[in-house]
Design a protein around this ligand. Structure first.
Ligand SMILES: [Ca+2]
Ligand SMILES: [Ca+2]
Ligand SMILES: [Ca+2]
Length: 240
């Protein structure tokens, strides 16, 4: 707890916010010293700079509450250092536990298997929908994530794309038509060997990777598969 004593004494030094040392906060915020000092959490911006050790009279441990007033004087430093993983532009965006943030959206990779429509309902239960792939960048993100989640070649994931209204006309779950696509070779083929209704829903994933990110397959909608939900990340409060 030596760092505690160091930092607490720092709180007594008046011009903390002016010291350039304050800007070195990012590494320090992850140090174990931080986790030991739960009461310091409000003043965590104070507790990390190694250069604080230059301050004399470090031996005394003092009242932590004295540091709290310091935190308010340097809240900007606090936000950027402690919440940098949440910092996006000028807004703080958060995902719930179990969801993964990427590009301002939250993704849930469901490992329980169900039909396309029931997978979609499960997403809706969590305020989301099956994923809509808006860009090559999003496709790249998803494909690379799935490679680590697929336990076998056929272990693919439902996405929010269907031609169930009119054969061959593909729409996303938000009603927008398909623009850029990443069909695997010879897909979609509306194969009727598995279900006479053909294949009107889309699954994705290629365990071993795929050429140019092409790993979409149309599939009979009643088949039970894993799925990917997506929703916008929610604005959060910085550094609380
Ligand atoms: Ca999307
Ligand atoms: Ca079809
Ligand atoms: Ca197919």
């Amino acid at each position: 707890m030596s760092s505690m004593s160091k930092t607490s004494n720092m709180s007594k030094t008046s011009n903390m916010s002016k010291t350039s040392n304050m800007s070195k906060t990012s590494n320090m915020s992850k140090t174990s010293n931080m986790s030991k000092t739960s009461n310091m959490s409000k003043t965590s911006n104070m507790s990390k700079t190694s250069n604080m050790s230059k301050t004399s009279n470090m031996s005394k441990t003092s009242n932590m509450s004295k540091t709290s007033s310091m935190s308010s004087t340097s809240s900007t430093s606090c936000s950027k250092s402690l919440c940098s993983d949440l910092f996006e532009g000028e807004t703080f965006l958060k995902c719930e536990a179990g969801w993964e943030k990427h590009g301002g959206n939250c993704y849930y990779f469901s490992t329980s298997k169900s039909s396309w429509i029931n997978s979609r309902r499960s997403c809706a239960d969590h305020g989301s929908d099956l994923v809509k792939i808006d860009s090559r960048e999003e496709q790249l993100f998803l494909q690379s994530r799935l490679r680590g989640l697929m336990v076998e070649d056929d272990d693919k994931f439902w996405i929010g794309l269907t031609d169930s209204v009119e054969e061959g006309r593909w729409f996303w779950v938000d009603g927008s038509p398909l623009d850029e696509s990443f069909w695997s070779q010879n897909e979609p083929d509306d194969w009727k060997g598995e279900n006479p209704a053909g294949e009107d829903c889309v699954r994705m994933g290629e365990r071993g990777g795929s050429h140019d990110l092409t790993c979409w397959f149309d599939k009979a909608c009643n088949v039970s598969l894993k799925s990917i939900c997506e929703k916008p990340a929610a604005p959060g409060r910085p550094c609380v």
